[in-house]
Ligand binder design. Structure first.
Ligand code: NAD
Ligand code: UDP
Length: 334
């Protein structure tokens, strides 16, 4: 197949490209490098079946005939979407529709990367796809949450009105190699802080929960969903639920770090609990995660150690912490 991936230079997009290329497909990857990095795809530079185009998906473009479109472009880390509120709303609205138009033009399949944030600060626990959510439509996080909810709505509209073979993946917190150490998400922050011997930044009292999925499991779920007959949203995530304090403890145990904990303010509207009900994924795509948090963190350790080593060679890099991503020096985007 000739496949288009938006957000290909990001964490998940680069892993998806690896997987599809490994299966023998051709991949055209587009990305505006706003939160992604060329380094994530530089190993694909010599691969004839891979082509990268630096572009913003909010600007219409024609990649030529494609058989499948994976739409992953969007800032995903809270500090990043808070740094780029309007860009986040645009890529989740104008950008999604541009990608849907490409799918419609070429009668291609389409999968949109949606999110557990569609459930907001959920009043139902665990969250199943039938729950409509508890989202603050005007709070700071609304730029991401409402864009993603709109993305689901317009995807369903293209399915219903234009007959496009669309799929919606509601992705829960995913981590692994290439999760950028500077983008402010909890696993990357804790891993880098632990390796540096700095205090781990716990937001609030650390009693809030998340359910962490290792990237290889998530990519398997995405690929299966893309090939399924299911058009309504499907949760993809690991149902094992941890408090943020437990997550910090797991990182300290793995790294052997003597880092202390530091308690910082909880971000506005930070969801108190999050855990996917994955019964639907089990039933419709015969999928469930296989890699638990301990093993996933161990598989990610070498990547974060390499990032730490590169700090010396790249001044100002990898200073993740409680400082918002917008205020931190960033890795060079070549
Ligand atoms: P990421 O920030 O690493 O990757 C997103 C990529 O999209 C980046 O490379 C960025 O440069 C690119 N991008 C952003 N705006 C763009 C635009 N206008 N045009 C072209 N490219 C653009 O994030 P990620 O973790 O890889 O997330 C990928 C997708 O999965 C996102 O849509 C995100 O909302 C969704 N998701 C991720 C998670 C997770 O835990 N990783 C959870 C839920 C949903
Ligand atoms: N968090 C934290 N310390 C950090 C980064 C995040 O305690 O250094 C918390 C954050 O407040 C949230 C959880 O960890 O409750 C997950 O945050 P992340 O930004 O990774 O993703 P979210 O699930 O909020 O989108």
């Amino acid at each position: 197949m000739r496949i288009l991936i938006s957000g290909v230079a990001g964490f998940l997009g680069s892993h998806l490209a690896d997987r599809l290329l490994h299966e023998g497909h051709s991949v055209i990857g587009v990305d505006n490098l706003s939160t992604g990095f060329r380094e994530n795809i530089e190993h694909l530079a010599g691969v004839a079946r891979f082509r990268f185009e630096e572009r913003d998906i909010c600007d219409p473009f024609d990649p030529g005939a494609v058989e499948y479109v994976f739409n992953l472009a969007s800032p995903a880390s809270p500090p990043e979407y808070l740094r780029m509120p309007i860009e986040t709303l645009r890529v989740g609205s104008v950008g999604v529709e541009n990608m849907l138009r490409i799918a419609a033009r070429y009668q291609a399949g389409f999968l949109h990367a949606s999110t557990s944030e569609c459930y907001g600060d959920p009043l139902e626990h665990p969250q199943s796809e039938s729950y409509w959510g508890n989202v603050n439509p005007v709070g700071p996080r609304s730029v991401y949450d409402e864009a993603k909810r709109y993305g689901e709505a317009i995807t369903m509209a293209y399915h219903r009105a234009r007959g496009i073979d669309t799929h919606l993946a509601r992705i829960f917190n995913t981590y692994g190699p290439r999760l950028h150490p500077d983008d402010g998400r909890v696993i990357s922050n804790f891993m880098m802080q632990a390796l540096r011997g700095e205090p781990l930044s716990i937001y609030g009292d650390g009693s809030q929960t998340r359910s962490f999925c290792y990237v290889d499991d998530l990519i398997e779920g995405i690929v299966r969903l893309a090939r399924s007959q299911e058009h309504l949203p499907v949760n993809l995530g690991n149902p094992a639920e941890f408090t943020i304090l437990e997550c910090a403890q797991a990182v300290l145990e793995l790294t052997g770090s003597k880092s202390k904990l530091r308690f910082d303010p909880l971000p506005i509207d930070d969801p108190a609990r999050r855990r996917p009900d994955i019964d639907k994924a089990r039933a419709v795509i015969d999928w469930e995660p296989k890699i638990d948090l301990k093993e996933g963190l161990a598989r990610s350790l070498e990547f974060f150690k390499n990032m730490l080593r590169s700090e010396g060679s790249s001044p100002g890099c990898c200073t993740a912490g409680a400082v918002p991503a917008s205020a931190r020096p960033r890795r060079e985007r070549s």
